[in-house]
Design a protein around this ligand. Sequence first.
Ligand code: NAD
Ligand code: ZN
Length: 377
Amino acid sequence: MKALVKAKAEPGLWLEDVPEPEIGINDVLIRVEKTGICGTDLHIYNWDEWAQKTIPVPMVVGHEFVGEIVEVGSNVHDFYPGEIVSGEGHVVCGHCRNCLAGRRHLCAETVGIGVNRTGAFAEYIAIPQTNVWHHEPDIDREVASIFDPLGNAVHTALSFDVLGEDVLITGAGPIGCMATAVVRHAGARFVVVTDVNPWRLELAKQMGATRTINVSQGSQELRVKRQEPERRNPLDSQPSTLNQQPTSHGDQLLKEVQSELGMKEGFDVGLEMSGNASAFRDMLANMCHGGKIAMLGIPSAPIAIDWNTVIFNMLTIKGIYGREMYETWYKMTVMIQGGLDITPVITHRYPYNEFEKGFQVMKSGESGKVILDWSGV
Ligand code: NAD
Ligand code: ZN
């Protein structure tokens, strides 16, 4: 079968012929129809430091998919050929304390599809029956193919009650954009989204953001200060240090937007979806007392923060990984059936053999979700 393989320990992916997967008695064989490209796949493509120490070579990559069951193992009684399904990307151990208690998303032995084991960028994928999600017939196939990242957005967005609350989302990547639509659907009052990429902020607007902020542009107040020559030290030929600081100005911009919106006490809920240190610090500085932060974004290095803000403002910070099995999947389905529309986040579609175009557009930053179609193989 055709598959996208991390065939060599260097940047790139290779379209190759590989053997079809064999199924065990508890497995389900799925004919892949559509796949989503995840930021993780881009890391693997680029062969960065994380990929080098994580990904076995050679391996079929990819984990966001929808497809049709073609065969089930002899011990599988609840799934049938012909069903449209996706796969939960985290294969859990089943016997640790958390797994036994039904908290599978907290399993400490998680194995990632397309990361630690054979992935979905292929004609067929075999996964354990415990990882199969049956789609209701009214779920759009493209939307079904990105249930995995939508699940990240939903898991994060629903971690804290947002009904009537003011929500700050840092990072308007595909997941931040989907989370915008989710918290809107879930009844938030204001949803303010920050990024440094105007293209993506435009997408966040389409997904329902009340305000978007480009934190790479100076705040109104700081802009004014910059234009005032009298603020410079006349004895100094250099511009003031303020003008030289390459800060994001996010903190100030967020305060300005809060005041424009008539907010008085800060954001009630923060969803960190950028992995960026200054985005997180700006968020901390703009939360209300007792505010709650769900952190999905993965920082590339440790982040130092002012812990006094966390302590004296009594903030709650919760790390988020993956999706809850299978409450998040249930919520995704019923929210979509109830009118949640995430389709604007799907911005590019290519046949599988034009995968390079998909990775290039992802690299450009001017994309939401990019879908590869495997139906023509
Ligand atoms: P992405 O990289 O496409 O989006 C991140 C966005 O943050 C980009 O649009 C980028 O421009 C923006 N950004 C950069 N600097 C910023 C700043 N200073 N302020 C505000 N925004 C800034 O990623 P994605 O696919 O949307 O995923 C979002 C994050 O979640 C990533 O960090 C990803 O690694 C992480 N992730 C975590 C999990 C998990 O289970 N915890 C799962 C999937 C993704
Ligand atoms: Zn476990």
